[in-house]
Design a protein around this ligand. Structure first.
Ligand code: 5AD
Ligand code: SF4
Length: 468
């Protein structure tokens, strides 16, 4: 495929004529991909719409991690088929595209089962969207789930400043994709492929645009983000810590850097040191442990023990004492005994997490754990999940309650729910709202927490900030 020639123009000169509705499921990387897809489509004359009924093109950006993920997509597609027929009856054409990890995993099977689908496009082929749409015009259904030799990031359209501004003062940047860890429960190594890091210069070009358009916080994304090892212009290989340091040195306006998701094995010394030395690194780290039982961790092929994790947490907290942690947990992995589950609860007690995600194990076809004997009953999984949830929730509430009366900094992102209010995030990713002027949106301001709700905190601006 030829690269587009007018890459810096965001839209066709005639302006948008068609509408696209993108529905994204799953992780933040999918959210990022959805924005990049709409940037590509904007160049093709598609404006985004929030109403699926108005859309000339509907994109389902799917996730394959959850149980019955494919079935849910097919059920959604069944509804879209009816919508497509209704629109056709009123003389309007509709294209349906399936993107994301289900597209990658199921490929042509999607069109075989649901002929209303025009296009199946895997995560490595979004830059080919325009060409694929044109091919879909000829009918018959188009499938592109290759891992192309060219790098999609070299070809993806760059968003115009006004598009970036409309998305707000925080932005995602994918720096790494794929995973070589092969945890036995996980589909990611199969759907997203081998681990690849984007080159430094390519990332810096994207960051430059974001910074110039008023973005103040960047979340560096990757399935295994702390394994980042990107090539720098001088040919050397940079770590995630080096990349983050470079970003804030070149762009002092970037006040905050976050990164997710990390694997415990890849928490390198320089990354831990950066939590001490780089004030822009927010003191909140999503570091999934999955289980507290060494036998289960080995069965999961996690490549670390519970003690390794505890030691690691101790080292990171020594570097940055106010660092808060979150994790993913899986309950009911095949063969998990009650005693092994309790080891997970014990680890949670020992670490204390600010928040966490927890999942019932579900067999993903094609993964090694799916064929293990001793799959646990739904009943056991539900019961363990409830106990784990109770513990994690109580830790989250204590963490939030401890904020009461404390002074902290908030990056304001948007107007609040009520007039005269603005909302943003604390360094620990807590939602905070205050009475304050919208001129503070995009600013980091000091405030005191005066109320702790179940899902958000309320603050009051410190005197020095009110006059800003
Ligand atoms: N069953 C349950 N949870 C899973 N996850 C990934 N695969 C599975 C599975 N087969 C969870 C892990 C991972 C998170 C993104 O989803 O906890 O960290
Ligand atoms: Fe999946 Fe494990 Fe890779 Fe995370 S580290 S993406 S859980 S295989």
């Amino acid at each position: 495929m030829q690269p587009p020639t007018d890459r810096d123009q965001d839209q066709t000169s005639a302006g948008p004529t068609k509408k696209v509705f993108v529905k994204s499921y799953g992780c933040q990387m999918n959210v990022y991909d959805a924005t990049r897809m709409s940037d590509v489509l904007a160049k093709e004359g598609y404006a985004e719409t929030a109403s699926v009924e108005d859309a000339d093109l509907i994109v389902l950006n799917t996730c394959h991690i959850r149980e019955h993920a494919s079935e849910k997509v097919f059920s959604e597609l069944g509804k879209l088929r009816i919508l497509k027929q209704e629109r056709k009856a009123s003389g309007k054409d509709t294209k349906i595209a399936v993107a994301g990890c289900v597209a990658q995993a199921e490929g042509a099977e999607i069109i075989r089962r649901q002929s209303a689908v025009d296009l199946v496009v895997g995560p490595q082929s979004y830059h080919r969207f325009p060409e694929l749409l044109r091919r879909a015009d000829n009918g018959g259904g188009v499938v592109d789930t290759d891992f192309p030799v060219e790098d999609k990031f070299d070809f993806l359209a760059e968003p115009a400043p006004e598009r970036i501004r409309a998305r707000g003062v925080t932005a995602f940047v994918t720096v790494q994709e794929g995973c070589d860890k092969f945890c036995t429960f996980c589909v990611v190594p199969y759907t997203r492929g081998a681990e690849v890091s984007r080159p430094v210069a390519q990332i810096m070009k994207e960051v430059e645009r974001l910074a110039a358009s008023g973005v103040r916080e960047i979340s560096l994304l990757g399935q295994n983000v702390n394994a980042y090892h990107g090539e720098a212009p001088d040919g050397s290989i940079w770590s995630l810590a080096k990349l983050a340091e470079h970003i804030v040195t070149v762009h002092p306006n970037i006040a905050r850097i976050r990164y997710t998701t990390s694997h415990p094995r890849d928490m390198s010394d320089d990354l831990i040191a950066a939590h001490r030395d780089l004030p822009q690194f927010m003191p909140f780290l999503h570091l999934p442990v999955q289980s507290g039982s060494d036998r289960i961790l080995a069965e999961m092929n996690r490549k670390h023990t519970a003690a390794d994790y505890l030691r690691l947490v101790e080292r990171i907290r020594k570097a940055r004492p106010d660092l808060a942690l979150s994790s993913d947990f899986i309950v009911g992995f095949p063969g998990e005994t009650e005693a092994e589950f309790r080891e997970t609860l014990k680890l949670i007690e020992e670490v204390t997490f600010a928040s966490s995600f927890f999942f019932k194990y579900s067999a993903r076809p094609g993964t090694p754990a799916s064929v293990l004997d001793e799959q646990l009953s739904e009943e056991v999984k539900v019961e363990r999940l409830a106990r784990l949830q109770e513990l994690v929730d109580s830790q989250r509430h204590s963490f939030n309650r401890a904020m009461l009366g404390r002074e902290t900094e908030v990056l304001f992102e948007k107007p609040g729910r009520h007039p005269g209010q603005i909302g943003g995030k604390s360094p620990w990713l807590q939602a905070v709202h205050v009475d304050g002027p919208t001129s503070l949106i995009g600013e980091v301001a000091k405030l005191r927490i005066i109320e702790v709700g179940s899902n958000s905190l309320r603050g009051e601006l410190l005197e020095s900030e009110v006059s800003r």
